[in-house]
Write a protein of this length. Structure first.
Length: 492
């Protein structure tokens, strides 16, 4: 007995067709017209779209960063993702300074194994390159990790130098891997920040001045040039502005294997209205690179439409706005460390530190914001309902290109016979008002608070198992699988 999705409109990156879909076990076994429901569970999809589960290739769950740990983990974060139609994500393992890649991998396995509720993969962030680590890079392919991430910013935390970037690209190219960069000139930022603070410019809005678009454009160009020299596929994460898009476009015109993403928040938030909000409110919107201007938003929409950008992700990395509740010293003594997550579970009125860490100094505000649950609904409403992109381009940006670029296609990212049955039943008519009161992410604000979107997933399936049915959660810890990815993936 299988599950038959009947009478829906199937949306893939290339087509929109009326068809029925049969799922047996974990995979799609048949697609056709007027399939018989005899002996199967029938899901009536009249008036609905049937789409592949979303894939968010840029998340930071349970990440120690900025003096705290990002809130959502592989438990609650997964549930929130699925309520928004995302059935798989790729998170960033961080190599500990002085440690190996494998040390980082072990840490991220502990965060996820037996806990995960949706499928997931890992990118490997190289933070400390030496000859031993260089030799370790190819072994990551055997672990199903085929993408390396390098931070050109966050000096004295994650930042690498040009030597490291260039040599990592060489090794990656030899092994069929892709290199991802956070492209901002961290040295310039590290000079600008203290100068601003010395002038008394401590409010959240000054975060944008410490990381101007020029330093994103410069770093993007540097990485693009290195990709051209090494032949290593490059994927620039969270692109925000005209100078960076121009650099990517130039590289693509030269035939370099360079690609990029933006994140959904960069289409909506601005320095003026959000980062510059009264009081400390702007801290909610502190992320790096910073949110920009309406002019840059137009550039990003154009880049998404003309194919300069291939993916829209979230960079989900959420922190309490009103955090830091509870006697931390006592708890640290009790647990012999800083088990803030355990602390919160013991009593939900306790909260680990969050954005308030930077009350008097914008550079101490933990960088990042929530979005994992919102991405697809917001992109559908602002992209498809507005006529900027077609439903197929929506699927391409949120599902198919992520699978193609990161080595999971056609198992993931499409509706096809033999693919994993990661399926969204999407109701284009239903209206939903986004709010922190009702979202499933473990965070006390939503950057789209009050936005009413039309269109949402009403049922969500992962490998044939129903995870979401309306407002009901049906997933289980341990049901999410690590997805080993293949090298030599597509350059789009
Ligand atoms: O502000 C951000 N983006 N936080 C997460 C870490 C990163 O740079 O992606
Ligand atoms: Zn980044
Ligand atoms: Zn990130």
């Amino acid at each position: 007995m299988g599950t038959l999705f009947k009478n829906g409109t199937v949306v893939t990156a290339s087509d929109m067709v009326q068809a029925d879909i049969l799922v047996e076990g974990e995979i799609i076994t048949l697609i056709g017209k007027d399939l018989s429901g005899d002996g199967h569970d029938v899901v009536d999809c009249s008036g609905k779209y049937i789409m592949p589960g979303g894939i968010d290739v840029h998340t930071h769950l349970d990440l120690p960063f900025g003096g705290t740990i990002s809130n959502d983990d592989f438990d609650v974060g997964h549930m929130a993702a699925a309520f928004g139609g995302t059935t798989m994500h790729i998170d960033f393992v961080i190599q500990p300074i002085g440690g190996t890649l494998r040390d980082g991998l072990e840490t991220w396995r502990k965060k996820s194994e037996g806990i995960a509720q949706i499928d997931y993969g890992f990118h490997m962030a190289v933070t400390d390159l030496n000859d031993d680590v260089m030799a370790e890079i190819p072994t990551m392919v055997d672990e199903g990790i085929t993408s390396l991430k390098l931070f050109m910013a966050y000096k004295n935390v994650f930042q690498i130098d040009d030597d490291t970037l260039f040599n990592t690209m060489r090794v990656a190219a030899e092994n069929g891997m892709i290199v991802m960069v956070h492209a901002e000139n961290g040295d310039v930022e590290a000079s600008l920040t203290p100068a601003l603070l010395a002038e008394g410019k401590t409010d959240p809005v000054w975060h944008a001045s410490s990381r101007p678009p020029e330093i994103e454009g410069e770093a993007t160009n540097r990485a693009v040039v290195m990709s051209g020299l090494t032949g290593c596929p490059l994927y620039v994460v969270h692109m925000t502005c005209e100078s960076a898009i121009d650099a990517l476009r130039r590289g693509r015109a030269l035939g370099y294997p360079v690609m990029g993403e933006t994140c959904v928040q960069y289409f909506f938030l601005t320095v003026e209205d959000h980062l510059g909000a009264p009081g400390f409110e702007g801290a909610k919107y502190v992320c790096s690179p910073p949110i920009r201007t309406t002019h840059d938003q137009g550039i990003l929409w154009q880049a998404v439409k003309d194919g300069t950008l291939q993916i829209v992700s979230t960079d989900h990395c959420d922190f309490w706005y009103d955090g830091g509740h509870g006697p931390w010293q006592e708890w640290a003594e009790k647990t012999g460390g800083t088990d803030w997550v355990g602390y919160e579970k013991q009593d939900p009125s306790y909260r680990r530190p969050g954005k308030e860490l930077g009350k008097d100094d914008f550079s101490k505000i933990p960088n990042g914001m929530p979005g994992l649950e919102d991405r697809m609904m917001v992109m559908w409403d602002a992209g498809v309902n507005s006529g900027k992109i077609s439903p197929s381009r929506f699927v391409e940006l949120n599902c198919t290109n992520p699978a193609k670029i990161f080595g999971m296609y056609p198992r993931k990212g499409t509706i096809a016979v033999g693919a994993d049955a990661d399926i969204l039943v999407w109701d284009p008519e239903v209206e939903h008002t986004i709010s922190a009161e009702t979202h499933h992410m473990r965070v006390d604000y939503n950057v789209y608070e009050g936005m009413t979107v039309k269109g949402k997933p009403v049922q969500v399936y992962q490998r044939g198992n129903k995870l979401v049915d309306g407002d009901e959660w049906l997933g289980n810890n341990g049901d999410g699988k690590f997805i080993a990815r293949k090298p030599n993936a597509q350059v789009l």
